[in-house]
Structures are given as C-alpha cells and as structure tokens.
Design a protein around this ligand. Structure first.
Ligand SMILES: [Zn+2]
Ligand SMILES: [Zn+2]
Length: 158
C-alpha cells in the first residue's frame, strides 16, 4: 500500500475527478502533496486559516510540515479554481462548484462560522457595469456578506 494514501484525508472520488479535470485543463499536475491539502480542506468542511491547515496536516501525517510548502499548495489550488480565500477572515475554503470558472460571493455566519458560497450572474454583471462607468478595471471582485445564517437565525428566535 502506498504511504501517501495512508496519510491523506479520505477524498470522495467525485471531488478527486473534478480536481484532476480542472488541473488537466490548465496543464497542471495535482501532485499527492497538493491533493493531500485539498482533501484535508474538504474533510474539515469549514474555512481554515493556513496555520490551522498546517496543524491538521501535521497531525495526520505525523511530521513537521514547512508552512511555505502549504502556502504554495494553497496558491496552486486557488489558481486552479479549487479553493477560495476569504479576504476578511484570511481563511481558505474549498470551492462548492469547481466544475467551471466563476466569481464568488460569500455569506459568512458570525455565529457558527459557516460559509455559503453563492454565485450570482446578476450581481457580477452589476458590479462590472459599475466598474465600467468609472473606467475602472477590476482584478478581483470579492463580495463577502457577514451576518447570521438561516440555521442560527432559527435557533436565535426560540
Ligand atoms: Zn467557487
Ligand atoms: Zn450560523
């Protein structure tokens, strides 16, 4: 049995295939180390800071990991549309729908920490119109909405 598969979080075949397809499109290779970072993020199911991620990987692999290598893997995963970075919290989370390139909007719950990724073409169009009107060329359009998620709002009202 390969040592690598023993020290990576389990990853559903669906996500693995999607990830491999996205990387192949760009002629990039999803190495076992990159895949291990991605699998750990999916297994966790909440946004993680780079340091939380490093700690989880070290725990799973039973060895020290150089932070720089994890940052490089994160850059790779973001470049290939598999992972997003939340600017306000400086955390990372796996994309909900990596099958196509997109801008994302995020709904961040301040109560339970859950983050919903949503994709609104209407909002994207509106934002690029606004930029156009100002002769502005956006590099990166990030929309993060902070508040309380549906589940927490229901619990609050009881
Ligand atoms: Zn996404
Ligand atoms: Zn919540």
């Amino acid at each position: 049995m390969a040592r690598q598969s023993a020290s990576a979080a389990p990853l559903a075949a669906k996500w693995r295939k999607l990830a491999e397809a996205r990387c192949a499109e760009k002629g990039e290779r999803l190495t076992p180390a990159r895949l291990a970072v991605y699998a750990e993020m999916l297994a966790c199911n909440r946004p993680l800071s780079a340091y939380e991620l490093i700690a989880l990987l070290e725990q799973r692999q039973g060895r020290k990991i150089a932070p720089l290598s994890v940052y490089r893997h994160l850059d790779f995963l973001m470049r290939n549309g598999l992972v997003h970075r939340l600017q306000s919290a400086q955390t990372y989370l796996p994309c909900d729908h990596p099958d196509h390139p997109h801008e994302s909007q995020f709904l961040l719950c301040s109560s339970c920490g859950h983050v919903d990724e949503v994709e609104s073409r209407g909002l994207e169009t509106l934002l690029s119109q606004i930029a156009d009107e100002h002769g502005f060329r956006p590099d990166d359009t990030v929309v993060e909405i902070k508040g309380v998620c549906g589940t927490c709002a229901v619990e609050d009202s009881h």
